[in-house]
Design a protein around this ligand. Structure first.
Ligand code: NAI
Ligand code: MG
Length: 493
């Protein structure tokens, strides 16, 4: 752990011992989670063949929420067999119009159960209820609505071509947007006529289990969507299974590379959505207060557990002091704590392991002579927490500037000219996203043409929409998800 003296605590606008908001926790009385979850295979919840389970905990309280099965090779094999059978018997033969009806049904049921899904998402993963309620769950429903619309229009999506489904899709998702990532993966695969074996992340399986219940209630033909619980080994079993036609993965760049090697030469199609180290670039002519809000949203949203987080801030030199001061003031007002409280801005770090990773990076920062500011946030006794952190006095070669931290940690550097900003922004192995803040349209076009990243925001940050493709350059991945582009990885043309 870092020594207190190595971190500067911001003293400005200190709310910790003055006044504070009255607690406004969302109730949990209406949610329904089972004590134990196996897998969801062939339309039914089943026990694992080898009978192994692990706990999923609430990272804000360290309390166990449920036990979840640890999938074996045999479990994965059963799920792939069910998916293959469902593909051959029903899903590949069904008209696009009928597939669309099922997908619309799932979308509507997500909306009907939105409150329960949001609360469970916040409990299992630590994100503020405001985000799970206003971002994750509506966007998840939005993805199903959007792709439901494509199901009977694939011929119009690719005029003159004959789109054909691939077969069984194996999908592996991370813990930062558990329900939303399930929606990103499942909705386009269903719309294009594929069947699915999906594995949720081991720390956040519960909204996937609720989605399995929804899919069961929506009466999809058995085996069209199968959920196998487990960790890395279970994921690898899906990747290696010979009867899987396509792999879609979102997670760390390290595991992405392992998967790429594992399927090389197998003929399986692949999409990877990996890490990021986005530059957020603020020019002197930007509206500074608006930019500060965008910077805050860019990195502290979802505790910085966002692959496209604006984790590297570049400020034009002549406004650097002003931006830094305003940023520290605004950071001091962020409320860190109970994810279920509607006032909370920054929730719990997803797991003990992830908190250790973040703290390790802060230690590197101290060793390398970085200046670390943290807000003086009062933290609960239990759970995994990290106060919003700003890291100054760093250069391009610093570990904290080069590597993905995946926490509420923002580095700040300066630049003089647009060319310098571009060079610094592109000096990373990643290329997922970026942001530009300026009053000048021409600068926006100049910069966004020069930044090698898949998603770029101008005078805003972290905005998502089902109709818009998302994906990276370089080590941030390959392929696109979302929008019309998101259909392609699931089709042969
Ligand atoms: P991870 O890449 O290990 O986990 C993501 C998913 O992959 C999980 O479902 C996991 O069970 C599965 N998995 C793990 N090993 C596998 C393997 N060999 N074959 C197939 N599936 C496998 O990520 P982890 O360890 O949870 O987080 C480590 C770092 O990864 C984070 O600090 C962050 O930098 C990055 N990350 C990036 C994400 C993104 O959205 N791009 C999401 C999650 C993590
Ligand atoms: Mg959990």
């Amino acid at each position: 752990m870092l020594k207190e003296t190595e971190i500067k605590k911001s003293n400005r606008l200190d709310f910790s011992n003055g006044w504070s908001y009255a607690p406004a926790p969302e109730s949990t009385g209406h949610i329904n989670i089972r004590e134990k979850y196996g897998h969801f295979i062939n339309g039914k919840f089943v026990e694992p063949t080898e009978g192994e389970y692990f706990d999923t905990v609430n990272p804000a309280t360290e309390e166990k929420l449920a036990e979840v099965a640890n999938g074996s090779h045999a479990d994965v094999d059963a799920a792939v067999k069910a998916a293959r059978q469902a593909y051959n018997k029903y899903w590949s033969k069904m008209s696009g119009r009928d597939r669309g009806r099922y997908i619309y049904r799932i979308a509507r049921m997500i909306q009907e159960k939105a409150r329960e899904l949001a609360v469970i998402e916040s409990m299992d993963g630590g994100k503020p209820i405001r985000e799970s309620r206003d971002v994750d769950v509506p966007l998840a429903a939005g993805h199903f609505f959007y792709y439901a619309g494509w199901a009977d229009k694939l011929n119009y999506a690719f005029p003159g071509r004959e789109p054909r489904s691939l077969g069984v899709a194996g999908q592996i998702i991370p813990w930062n947007f558990p329900l939303l990532m399930a929606a990103w993966k499942i909705a386009p695969a269903l719309a294009t006529g594929n069947t699915i074996v999906i594995k949720p992340a081991e720390t956040t399986p519960l909204t996937s289990m609720k989605l399995a219940e929804i899919i069961q209630e929506a009466d999809l033909p058995h085996g069209v969507v199968n959920f196998v619980n487990g960790a890395g080994k279970t994921g690898a079993a899906i990747v290696d299974h010979p009867d899987v036609n396509k792999i879609a993965f979102t997670g760390s760049t390290g595991v992405g590379k392992i998967i790429q090697k594992a399927i090389a030469g197998s003929g399986k199609k692949l999409t990877l959505e990996l890490g990021g180290k986005a530059a957020n670039i603020i020019f002197e002519d930007a509206t500074i207060d608006q930019a500060v809000e965008g910077i805050i949203n860019g990195i502290f949203f979802n505790q910085g557990h966002v692959c496209c987080a604006g984790s590297r801030l570049f400020v034009q030199e002549n406004i650097a002091d002003e931006v830094r001061d305003k940023l520290i003031d605004r950071m001091s007002t962020l409320i860190v704590g109970d994810p279920l409280d509607k006032n909370t801005d920054v929730g719990a770090i997803n797991s003990k392991e992830q908190l250790e990773t973040i703290n390790r990076y802060l230690e590197y920062g101290v060793q390398d002579g970085a200046e670390i500011y943290q807000t003086k946030c009062a933290l609960p006794d239990k759970g995994y927490w990290c106060c919003p952190t700003l890291v100054g006095n760093v250069s391009q070669s610093h570990k904290l500037v080069q590597e993905e931290i995946f926490g509420p940690v923002l580095t700040i550097q300066t630049f003089r000219t647009p060319a310098e900003a571009l060079e610094k922004a592109n000096n990373t192995p990643y290329g997922l996203s970026g942001g530009v803040w300026t009053d000048k349209g021409s600068k926006i076009f100049g910069m966004t043409n020069g930044i090698r990243a898949g998603v770029l925001w101008a005078n805003t940050f972290n905005k998502f929409d089902p109709t818009s493709p998302f994906g990276g350059y370089k080590e941030s991945g390959l392929g696109r998800e979302g929008g019309l582009h998101g259909l392609l990885p699931y089709l042969e043309l």
